[in-house]
Write a protein that binds this ligand. Structure first.
Ligand code: SAH
Length: 236
């Protein structure tokens, strides 16, 4: 057990935890790096780097955003489970949906959910462009989170249609977030969003990242998102 690394990290970024959460994070690290030998889930596998660049990075949002039991949260393009799984561990009462277009990643995440005995969490397979037109998901989430999926302009077209009016989309970005935001201005307003704030932070170890908060002020026009592939090929 190297829980002391995790404890130090979380204290450094100022996030409260229970011992049980650290054990689950550590178990997730082992499950993921094991699976990663056969499936491409992460480029980062070294323990300390993984703790900082995946876990600390995913959890930092707890410092900026308040969460509550009744909320329904979507992790769009969850891949190996980021940020959804680490956040779920810290927010046992909040409902999470993990969405991805690659089925085998979700099969792995179902195993993780069972192994860690996580509750109030499910996976959904499909492309955001299609699922955002289904009544089950369109404008049904209080919060949509997305990390490392695509540039902010196309990502806004994928994410904002899932957010309820009055809800929020939070995009995890690197230190190029400000530039992306400038280029996404038009897309965000067309889709009914308004930028609330760009929160910058420095991860232990020195990497600069940011969280862009976009509030959903109005419903999205029904023609968005456009058909699969178009939001990335022709950003608004
Ligand atoms: N969020 C994770 C994974 C990033 S990789 C992390 O931070 O590590 C991007 C993931 O988004 C991939 O798993 C890919 O399958 C998924 N993805 C990309 N475009 C998508 C779309 N249009 N709909 C659903 N999932 C998508």
């Amino acid at each position: 057990m190297k829980n002391s690394t995790l404890e130090n990290l979380l204290s450094e970024i100022g996030i409260e935890y229970r011992k049980e959460y650290l054990e689950k994070l550590e178990r997730f690290y082992f499950l993921l790096t094991e699976k990663n030998r056969h499936m491409n889930l992460t480029a980062i596998t070294e323990y300390d780097e993984f703790m900082r660049k995946h876990f600390a990075d995913c959890l930092v949002v707890l410092k900026f955003q308040s969460f509550s039991a009744g909320q329904r949260i979507l992790d769009l393009g969850t891949g190996g489970g980021f940020p959804g799984i680490p956040l779920k561990i810290f927010l046992p009462e909040t409902e999470f949906v993990l969405m991805d277009s690659v089925r085998k990643k979700l099969v792995f995440l179902e195993d993780v959910i069972n192994e860690l005995a996580l509750k109030n969490i499910s996976v959904v397979h499909g492309r955001a462009e299609d699922l955002a037109h289904s009544g089950e998901y369109r404008e049904q989430f209080d919060l949509v989170l997305s990390r490392a999926v695509s540039n902010l302009s196309s990502l806004s077209e994928l994410a904002l249609p899932f957010v309820k009016t009055g809800g929020r989309f939070i995009s995890y970005k690197g230190d190029n977030g400000k530039d992306e935001l400038l280029r996404a201005d038009n897309a965000i307003s067309v889709l009914g969003g308004r930028v609330e704030i760009l929160n910058e932070y420095v991860l232990p170890g020195g990497d600069r990242r940011c969280l862009i908060f976009i509030n959903k002020e109005k419903k999205c026009p029904m023609k968005y998102p456009r058909k699969a592939g178009t939001p990335t090929r022709e950003p608004l």
